[in-house]
Write a protein that binds this ligand. Structure first.
Ligand code: ADP
Ligand code: MG
Length: 318
């Protein structure tokens, strides 16, 4: 199969057609017609085999995750997905693999009405780079710099599941089948919190998606906003799988620095708390208050009402 056969067979057949794509895959550039009343939110993420996913990960899950982590960046800004470009480097032109990859990719693209509008296909070690574009109202973007002293800090969903999923794949953790499947699913098929992000644009919040670990990512909000934080370790939301695994003694240091959950961490001012919580409840989105923004310059953690120090560790490539 030539490069062009691959493009025609696997990438050109984009599932989602959008009116704002004037010219899609097949020419030197895609030609797009952005809405006049919105700003564009653009982000790129690369997934490398053995770094961002275990080498044993199946093609479907790699396709799914490569789009999920990019959608998660849009979610963290409160943006609505529109277009993606896919640059892929492949060790071989394997039809089965590519079919699986696009099945996983298209599953999420369809769900979020995202059109694949172009890309690049090269021969080399397996690596996938997606550039995603979404629409935002520039006045209500969820910037990291929006946090104010006194704001409450929230997270969506639960923390640490993807990390335990990875540990089970690496045979470092043993779980019963149902908990193991759940944690591996959380690792391989993260659910980008797009609805939560878009709903939060109604409030004065700072937000970030948790890709490197809660401590490290909350620290980005603190640095961008020039504030500190107080975290209530006892309040960190854990799934049934993790509560079962850790019994009464969770490894909080690991949970605080576990990446890959792709939940949102966000702040909310006091006077918008009840309205925000009601809206999330109406949309069946679980959010948990885990602390408060402070005027200090660091993140202080409290466990059983006592201050406890944790390392500000998170995933870092270098
Ligand atoms: P050029 O050499 O002009 O950059 P290419 O031959 O690389 O063009 O690509 C031909 C067309 O196929 C372009 O429209 C490009 O965007 C698209 N394309 C190439 N690879 C991919 C891919 N992996 N996913 C989606 N579209 C792709
Ligand atoms: Mg090219």
């Amino acid at each position: 199969m030539s490069e062009f056969d691959l493009i025609n067979q696997f990438f050109k057949t984009t599932i989602v057609k959008r009116d704002d794509v004037l010219l899609g895959i097949g020419d030197d550039c895609a030609i797009l017609s952005p809405p006049s009343n919105k700003a564009l939110a653009v982000s790129t993420d690369t997934l490398i085999s053995g770094v961002h996913f275990p080498e044993s990960t199946c093609a479907e899950d790699i396709g799914y995750k490569s789009l999920a982590v990019n959608l998660s960046d849009l979610a963290a800004m409160g943006a609505e997905p529109a277009w993606a470009s896919l640059a892929i480097s492949l060790p071989e032109a394997n039809k089965n693999w590519l079919q699986g990859f696009m099945q996983g990719f298209n599953e999420l693209a369809e769900k979020h009405k995202l059109s694949l509008i172009g890309g690049d296909t090269t021969h080399g070690p397996l690596s996938v780079t997606v550039t995603i574009t979404g629409f935002v109202d520039s006045r209500t973007v969820l910037k990291r710099s929006n946090a104010k002293v006194g704001d409450s800090i929230f997270v969506t969903g639960t923390l640490g599941d993807a990390f335990i999923g990875l540990e089970t794949i690496l045979n470092k953790v043993k779980l019963s089948d149902n908990y193991m499947d759940y944690c591996i699913e959380r690792l391989n098929r993260p659910q980008p919190q797009l609805e939560a992000g878009q709903l939060l644009t109604a409030f004065s919040v700072a937000a970030i998606d948790i890709s490197d670990g809660l401590m490290a990512d909350l620290n980005h909000i603190c640095q961008a906003s020039g504030v500190g934080a107080k975290l209530n370790i006892d309040k960190l939301p854990l799934s049934e799988a993790l509560r079962h695994y850790y019994k009464n003694n969770p490894d909080w240091q690991r949970i605080l620095s576990a990446g890959d959950d792709y939940e949102l961490c966000f702040t909310c001012p006091d006077n918008q708390l009840s309205e925000m919580k009601q809206l999330m409840k109406r949309h069946e989105i679980d959010v948990t208050c885990i602390g408060e923004i402070t005027g200090s310059s660091e993140i202080k953690c409290f466990h059983n009402h006592e201050i406890q120090s944790f390392k500000l560790a998170g995933y870092n490539h270098f």
